[in-house]
Ligand binder design. Structure first.
Ligand SMILES: [Zn+2]
Length: 71
Protein backbone atom coordinates (compact mmCIF):
# COMPACT_ATOMS: atom_id res chain seq x y z
CA UNK A 1 0.00 0.00 0.00
CA UNK A 2 1.21 3.46 -0.86
CA UNK A 3 2.30 5.68 2.00
CA UNK A 4 0.79 9.13 1.87
CA UNK A 5 3.02 11.79 3.35
CA UNK A 6 1.89 14.54 5.70
CA UNK A 7 5.07 16.58 5.89
CA UNK A 8 7.14 18.23 3.18
CA UNK A 9 10.10 16.03 2.19
CA UNK A 10 12.07 19.18 1.41
CA UNK A 11 11.70 21.28 4.58
CA UNK A 12 9.80 19.00 6.99
CA UNK A 13 6.91 21.41 7.54
CA UNK A 14 3.40 19.98 7.86
CA UNK A 15 1.55 20.06 4.55
CA UNK A 16 -1.62 22.16 4.37
CA UNK A 17 -4.80 20.92 2.72
CA UNK A 18 -6.24 23.14 0.00
CA UNK A 19 -8.91 22.81 -2.64
CA UNK A 20 -7.42 23.08 -6.09
CA UNK A 21 -8.46 22.54 -9.64
CA UNK A 22 -6.32 19.77 -11.05
CA UNK A 23 -5.21 19.17 -14.60
CA UNK A 24 -4.36 15.56 -15.31
CA UNK A 25 -2.48 14.68 -18.45
CA UNK A 26 -1.46 11.10 -19.03
CA UNK A 27 -1.09 9.15 -22.25
CA UNK A 28 -2.28 12.17 -24.23
CA UNK A 29 -5.61 12.12 -22.40
CA UNK A 30 -6.45 15.15 -20.34
CA UNK A 31 -8.85 15.49 -17.49
CA UNK A 32 -9.81 18.59 -15.57
CA UNK A 33 -11.13 18.12 -12.05
CA UNK A 34 -12.40 20.95 -9.87
CA UNK A 35 -12.02 21.40 -6.11
CA UNK A 36 -9.78 18.43 -5.35
CA UNK A 37 -8.22 18.53 -1.87
CA UNK A 38 -4.46 18.49 -2.20
CA UNK A 39 -1.70 18.78 0.36
CA UNK A 40 0.84 21.51 -0.31
CA UNK A 41 3.81 23.01 1.52
CA UNK A 42 3.11 26.59 2.59
CA UNK A 43 6.58 27.36 3.85
CA UNK A 44 7.40 30.62 2.00
CA UNK A 45 11.10 29.80 1.93
CA UNK A 46 10.58 26.28 0.57
CA UNK A 47 10.97 25.59 -3.14
CA UNK A 48 8.82 22.44 -3.11
CA UNK A 49 5.82 23.13 -5.36
CA UNK A 50 4.65 19.52 -5.41
CA UNK A 51 0.98 18.67 -4.81
CA UNK A 52 0.33 15.59 -2.72
CA UNK A 53 -2.91 13.67 -2.67
CA UNK A 54 -4.51 12.13 0.39
CA UNK A 55 -6.29 8.77 -0.10
CA UNK A 56 -9.63 10.61 -0.11
CA UNK A 57 -8.65 13.14 -2.75
CA UNK A 58 -6.93 10.46 -4.79
CA UNK A 59 -10.16 8.44 -4.90
CA UNK A 60 -12.10 11.58 -5.80
CA UNK A 61 -9.66 12.30 -8.60
CA UNK A 62 -9.93 8.74 -9.89
CA UNK A 63 -13.71 9.02 -9.95
CA UNK A 64 -13.53 12.18 -12.02
CA UNK A 65 -10.66 10.99 -14.19
CA UNK A 66 -11.03 7.24 -14.79
CA UNK A 67 -8.03 7.18 -17.10
CA UNK A 68 -5.61 7.70 -14.20
CA UNK A 69 -6.50 4.37 -12.58
CA UNK A 70 -3.16 2.93 -13.59
CA UNK A 71 -1.23 5.35 -11.39
ZN1 LIG B 1 8.50 22.50 2.13
Amino acid sequence: MTQFIKTCPNCGQNLVEKLQNVDVKQDLKACYAESIPVLVCENPTCTNQEKYYSPFSFNLLKMKCPEINKW
